[in-house]
Design a protein around this ligand. Structure first.
Ligand code: ZN
Ligand code: ZN
Length: 213
């Protein structure tokens, strides 16, 4: 499994664009790619995809974590160049996407062979639990329901060994003890504190980062 950070506040590869928001692509051999969130700006998102060699027309599934613009802003631009991706939104999502197959997620759900949704937590946001050889990797948008609650929900699919995405104002840093991969992205307010506390486990996030799992 390969995760590529397509859109983030920070940069990991030269020439890419940054912006407040988050988007990542999950690729598994033999399955069409899955896009998790779409950043704030569609032009920047598609630009980064082009630079990273990602064909947005080939994306088979789009999952939106929650209805905030820094995660949904690029959706319309992707849909302009992608005619048949299945779309998974949390129940609190306000928009309509006419003519598209949209799955509204409330509770735990299997999306593809190795990809599960935690369901919408705290009536605001869903996260993904990715099944890898090492265990479960939690992929999160903004973590509005709280990182601890998300880890607890993802644990229902197996032992959580890592977490990637925006942690927002999360500061109960003990909850990260025992994880072997911590990649704080996007809105994480205590990023430098987390990096200092878990230097061996942390990976610096940014647009263009590729994680091979
Ligand atoms: Zn956000
Ligand atoms: Zn948000």
């Amino acid at each position: 499994m390969k995760i590529t950070i397509v859109y983030d506040n920070c940069l990991s590869k030269p020439r890419l664009r940054t912006g407040w928001g988050f988007s990542s692509l999950i690729e598994v051999d033999g399955a069409p790619p899955l896009l998790f969130d779409t950043g704030a700006d569609g032009t920047a998102l598609l630009y980064n995809m082009k630079e990273l060699g990602i064909d947005p027309g080939r994306i088979g599934i789009i999952v939106i974590s929650h209805a905030h613009g820094d995660h949904t802003g690029g959706l319309a631009s992707v849909l302009e160049v992608n005619e048949d991706a299945e779309i998974y939104v949390p129940a609190s999502f306000w928009g309509t996407i006419p003519g598209r197959k949209v799955v509204t997620v409330t509770s735990l759900l299997q999306i593809s062979e190795q990809v599960f949704s935690t369901g919408e937590l705290k009536r605001i946001e869903q996260s993904l639990a990715l099944k890898t050889d090492k265990g479960i990797l939690a992929l999160v948008g903004c973590s509005h329901p709280g990182v601890g609650n998300i880890i607890d929900a993802a644990s229902r699919f197996g032992n959580v060994y890592g977490i990637v995405g925006g942690f927002h104002g999360f500061h109960d840093l003990d909850r990260l003890t025992g994880l072997s991969l911590i990649c704080p992205c996007h809105c994480t307010q205590y990023k430098s504190e987390i990096m200092q506390l878990f230097p061996r486990q942390c990976v610096r996030c940014g647009a263009g980062l590729v994680l091979e799992l």
